[in-house]
Design a protein around this ligand. Structure first.
Ligand code: Z5A
Length: 229
């Protein structure tokens, strides 16, 4: 058996990074990781993100998120995300899955459909084709969509200070992105699980924990212990 690939998605400020780290800690502290390792199903948990999960990707991330005097054209933006993904899939995700890693990834293909498709208005069929070229068919086993209204999300990220190039886009852009995630979750109800991200951090994580536990049992069987909460 190879590893598993879990993705966290959603609009800015949805809490992806926060919940991804909580999930990593819970997988270790609950006893799940030890159980999976002792059966030889998983070697380790790894954390990564898009854009920026590889050396090349870190350079692309800077190009994509830093504000530049020359505006980045929408199709150029799409291709840069695709390049980041192609490098990430081949150079990081597939090797780690082959080594039986449980991968927790901040953003993946649904972000491109939501931001460049719904947000920028680029052709979703073209985006699906590029996603296919970049991933060679690698899909997430589970995507946790942190569903949060745009206003709250942007308010959370703006508390951090300077907004990046994509955060600076207008409110309607972010609304379309949010609608995109909603549509994707309706289209792929088995792969994408919706989480109510308006709740306090601990309550959001409780929802995630229930979904993660269910999926782990589905994939690996019942561990015959009560994972610590
Ligand atoms: N992008 C794209 O356009 N196309 C693509 O194909 C891909 C990406 C892959 C990547 O930046 C950007 O690239 C992103 C989409 C675009 N757009 N932007 N901007 P990123 O991944 O680094 O940025 P982000 O996804 O927007 O991350 P973020 O702003 O850091 O949000 P987050 O990770 O979801 O949230 P967080 O860092 O965990 O929390 C944000 C703040 O809220 C922080 O102060 C927390 O303490 C607080 N927080 C978290 N949870 C809560 C709750 N429950 N209540 C209250 N406060 C909370």
């Amino acid at each position: 058996m190879v590893g598993r690939f879990i993705v966290f998605e959603g609009v800015e400020g949805g809490g992806k990074t926060t919940q991804l780290e909580r999930s990593r800690q819970w997988l270790i502290e609950s006893g799940w990781l030890t159980f999976l390792q002792s059966n030889g199903w998983v070697q380790q948990i790894v954390v990564t993100r898009e854009p920026g999960g590889t050396d090349l990707g870190r350079g692309l991330r800077q190009l994509l998120l830093d504000s530049t005097p020359e505006p980045i054209q929408d199709r150029a933006e799409l291709l840069l995300y695709a390049a980041d993904r192609a490098q990430h899939v081949e150079g990081f995700l597939r090797p780690h899955l082959a080594e039986k890693s449980l991968i927790l990834c901040d953003r993946y293909t649904d972000s491109t459909l939501a931001y460049q498709g719904y947000g920028r208005g680029l052709d979703p069929i073209l985006i699906e084709q590029l996603n296919q070229i970049a991933t060679q068919g690698l899909q997430s086993d589970l995507t946790l969509w942190l569903d949060l209204d745009v206003k709250t999300g942007l308010a959370r990220t703006r508390q951090r200070g300077k907004a990046d190039r994509i955060e600076q886009a207008d409110f309607d852009f972010h609304k379309r992105v949010q609608q995109g995630f909603m549509a994707l979750a309706q289209t792929h109800p088995h792969r994408i699980a919706k989480i109510n991200a308006t709740q306090p951090e601990a309550a959001v994580f409780q929802e995630i924990q229930v979904i993660l536990s269910d999926r782990l049992i589905q994939w690996y069987g019942n561990p015959h212990f009560s994972p610590a909460t």
